[in-house]
Design a protein around this ligand. Structure first.
Ligand code: PEP
Ligand code: MN
Length: 263
């Protein structure tokens, strides 16, 4: 189902009446790793309207340590929904469990499956029955075939609105958090008709590398980017080292324009 039989076939995934991923314009999703407060989300929306087209922010966080902040949960969903209503920007947030799907689907525009859940097959099947687009992130060490088959779970259960996200894979070097696999971006565009976006933040793990990786991703044919940013990057409750300031985010998006028009 997700495989490409016709070379020119390309799915467009609609986020709302105005916005879609996979058509001519690249789509930039920006926001914090974790939703922390209403003021944080409103500031981002206000300062980046015009630069970004959608907001991200986790309210259920898959933290490595069970003692680390696990996210605001339902209070965070309310924050996302209010910021979205006030700004007109659609929101993307991670769903970690089947029982979270219904509430999230009623309040947000796109459901993210994080790397750690890419092969949570019951979650994928349940998302196949939902009328909401799904942003499926590549597993920490998933092959391209495993990634495609994970998308197939969602599509074969009835939801064709899947966007693939390359976010870096594990390797031996820990200078960067993960290794951004740009070859996979190109391969996925050849092998499937689904839109492909790139998350340079979780790939790099270091804010000074994110601009270059973003430009490379767009040059490689990515349909968009999802990037972490924060009004006070060093104060981020999670992933502070990779958070961009809001001016840096706006500047980065500006630098993509000539590349996006050239590809
Ligand atoms: C995230 O985007 O918030 C996240 C946890 O990313 P990943 O699942 O790619 O690690
Ligand atoms: Mn993060």
């Amino acid at each position: 189902l997700v495989g490409k039989s016709d070379l020119n076939k390309k799915s467009v995934v609609r986020l709302n009446e105005r916005l879609s991923i996979g058509d001519r314009d690249i789509l930039i999703i920006g926001g914090p790793c974790t939703v922390e407060s209403q003021a944080q989300m409103d500031t981002i929306a206000q300062q980046l309207t015009g630069s970004i087209q959608a907001l991200r922010g986790g309210v259920y966080k898959p933290r490595t340590s069970p003692y680390a902040f696990q996210g605001m949960g339902t209070n965070g969903i309310e924050i996302l929904a209010r910021t979205s209503r006030a700004s007109g920007l659609p929101v993307v947030t991670e769903v970690m469990a089947i029982q979270q799907i219904e509430t999230l689907a009623n309040q947000v525009d796109m459901l993210q499956v994080g790397s750690r859940n890419m092969q949570n097959f019951d979650l994928l099947k349940a998302l196949g029955e939902v009328d909401k687009p799904v942003l499926l992130k590549r597993g920490l060490a998933a092959t391209i075939e495993e990634f495609i088959m994970a998308a197939e779970y969602i599509v074969s259960h009835g939801n064709p609105n899947v966007v693939l996200c390359e976010r870096g894979i594990r390797s031996f070097d820990n200078y960067t958090r993960n290794v951004l696999d740009l070859g996979a971006v190109s391969a996925l565009k050849h092998l499937t008709h689904l839109p492909v976006i790139v998350d340079p933040s979780h790939a790099a793990g270091r804010r000074e590398l994110i601009g270059d990786l973003s430009r490379a991703a767009i040059a490689c044919g990515a349909d968009g980017l999802i990037i972490e940013c924060h009004p006070e990057p060093d104060q981020s409750v999670s992933d502070a080292q990779q958070a961009l300031s809001l001016p840096a985010m706006a500047q980065l998006v500006e630098s993509l324009r000539p590349i996006a028009t050239a590809v």
